[in-house]
Ligand binder design. Structure first.
Ligand code: HEM
Length: 537
């Protein structure tokens, strides 16, 4: 009876948990529910009691652990807690009932992502991901092991290799052309750049996955809607991440599962339709030439036998592409534009580089991948954007599969590990003037010219490093470079407030989920540039 009452109030509290009072009530009820259920597990097992675990901040409470000490901006709170209470960049936090090691220093990152990478390359289990991703049959949420290895090999060799990314260039250019035409029509008025940029990255991934007819039946919009719900459900810190045992009982499980199952059903129906259409249409034979022009669905169907893929495997891997590929690239583009608006001298320098393309008198309808090869300042600007604003402030949670010792601290098997890439990329020990937007640092004469962002230099890992490094970085960089170059080539940009005459800066305040994003949408006013010949339109 008492349990049922607690469940009932818990359900109400979940509904109202968006307010502070609701959240407090929710935490209180969790405590009561757990006590009544009698399932509060000792968080430190006997075998680890006498070992030297990483230090924890004082003030840990029963059941909720350190949850009451963390604010909405976890990347900042965790960095500050690590600086105050950590040991060599390692800090142990209890997020609800789950012990979580936070990594915030270069030395600790080297230990986790390089020296002991094989120990920390798994993922913690997530009930929501398990449902949405067909039992974690994708790459991102699959636990470390043979299935993950095969799925990852498939994705890196057949879908996201350099050659494949290059083969998509015509489609990418076509998507850019459509965006530029749309902005051109709106020149001189206020444009919602957030909407335009997320539409572009969505359509670009849709084209790669579904082929050139991705707009048919409004599928690109449908995929966008579903991806946004996925990100909201799997992103950030869900209650079930902090109270996994609670998620196994009663009302919370019903709520998490019902929502995830409804979502999975929508993906399922859409994918079934698409896979059947692809299977009916002329299938590429799998030869190298055909494969290079094939979309991801065709690619997966063509290697289905070789890899022994079920339909659920295919759907799960496809879902990965949407979820991992859209929001991340969009956020980099939006932040790049926002930083350039706030640093007009950098915008001017970048426009000079991009517009140099026309010096030979060539009229450019569109800047292409080939034109971009020599644009070193453009590449430096994108790197600097990724440094200051990594879309994922933490790598996707890692999970240890064996006991391990790092810098004198014992990390038991089965520990969740969060790597704070945001903190690493702003660490004054690694970076000069770390809080400033200075793309020049990545140029030849700059102090960080040799710093690589693809996993070699662990102070800068926006794509991760080691076994779990992002396999989509080439796809992402190609998507971002060509769009940014074209935005700067074709237009000059004003803030929308300039129209009103008060010359404000772009508001950079952030909100946090799985990704960091600006709180406000980015509204800008595009204007034709005198330097760019308009008749090309
Ligand atoms: C700017 C854009 C992007 C950023 C910043 C980014 C960043 C990341 C990060 C930080 C991880 C986790 C690494 C770890 O856990 O250690 C990751 C994983 C992953 N990313 Fe990306 N990503 C981007 C774009 C893409 C794109 C375009 C795709 C595919 C189309 C993609 C596919 C994946 C996949 C499949 C994983 C899981 C890898 C695994 O668990 O083995 N990403 N990404």
């Amino acid at each position: 009876m008492a349990l049922q009452a607690a469940d009932h109030y818990l359900q109400l509290a979940v509904i109202y948990a968006t307010s502070t009072e609701g959240l407090l009530l929710f935490l209180l009820l969790i405590a009561i529910r757990l006590l009544l259920f009698g399932s509060v597990r000792a968080t430190t097992s006997e075998s680890t009691k006498h070992k030297h675990l990483p230090p924890s901040p004082p003030g840990k409470l029963p059941i909720i652990g350190h949850l009451h000490q963390i604010g909405s901006k976890l990347h900042i709170t965790f960095r500050d807690l690590a600086a105050r209470h950590g040991h060599d960049g390692l800090l142990l936090l209890y997020l609800g009932s789950v012990p979580t090691v936070v990594v915030s220093s270069l030395r600790a990152a080297e230990a986790v992502l390089r020296t002991h990478d094989h120990v920390f390359s798994s993922r913690p289990r997530s009930a929501a991901a398990n449902i949405i991703r067909y039992g974690s049959l994708d790459v991102t949420f699959a636990p470390y092991g043979e299935y993950w290895r095969q799925a990852r090999k498939l994705v890196t060799t057949h879908m996201l290799s350099n050659n494949r990314v290059r083969s998509f260039r015509h489609g990418r250019q076509e998507e850019v052309r459509l965006v530029i035409a749309k902005i051109r029509e709106a020149a001189g008025t206020v444009v919602d750049m957030s909407e335009i940029l997320v539409g572009y990255t969505n359509d670009n991934v849709c084209r790669a996955v579904l082929g050139e007819f991705h707009r048919e039946k409004g599928r690109n919009s449908l995929f966008r809607e579903l991806t946004e719900i996925n990100v909201a459900l799997l992103g950030g810190f869900n209650l079930e991440d902090c109270f996994p045992r609670l998620a196994m009982v009663g009302v919370l499980r019903r709520m998490v599962c019902a929502k995830a199952e409804r979502l999975r059903k929508r993906w399922d129906d859409l994918f079934d339709e698409i896979i059947e259409e692809h299977a009916r249409s002329s299938k590429p034979s799998g030869g190298e030439k055909e494969e290079n022009t094939a979309d991801f669905v065709h690619v997966l169907l063509s290697v289905q036998e070789e890899y022994g893929l079920t339909r659920d495997n295919i759907k799960s891997i496809l879902m990965d592409m949407f979820e991992a590929g859209i929001e991340t690239s969009y956020l980099v583009l939006e932040y790049a534009m926002a930083e350039l608006m706030n640093n007009k001298h950098i915008m001017t320098k970048l426009q000079e580089e991009v517009r140099m393309c026309t010096l030979d008198g060539k009229r450019m309808e569109i800047i292409t991948d080939e034109d971009i090869t020599s644009m070193t300042f453009l590449k430096a600007t994108i790197k600097e954007t990724l440094r200051l604003h990594p879309p994922a402030p933490f790598l996707i949670p890692h999970f240890s599969v064996a006991d391990c010792e790092i810098n004198g601290c014992f990390i038991p098997s089965g520990t969740r590990v969060l790597i704070n890439t945001w903190a690493l990329a702003r660490d004054p020990m690694s970076w000069n003037r770390p809080e400033e937007f200075l793309p020049e640092r990545f140029l030849q004469e700059g102090g960080s010219a040799d710093v690589d962002m693809k996993g070699r230099d662990l102070q800068f890992v926006p794509f991760g490093a080691g076994r779990r490094i992002c396999p989509g970085s080439n796809f992402a960089v190609a998507t971002i470079e060509i769009m940014l170059a074209n935005l700067l080539y074709h237009f000059n940009w004003d803030l929308k407030d300039v129209i009103k005459g008060n010359g404000a800066q772009v508001d950079m305040s952030e909100s946090f989920g799985l990704t960091i994003r600006r709180k406000q949408k980015l509204y800008l006013v595009p204007r034709f540039s005198n330097n760019v010949i308009r008749e090309v339109w």
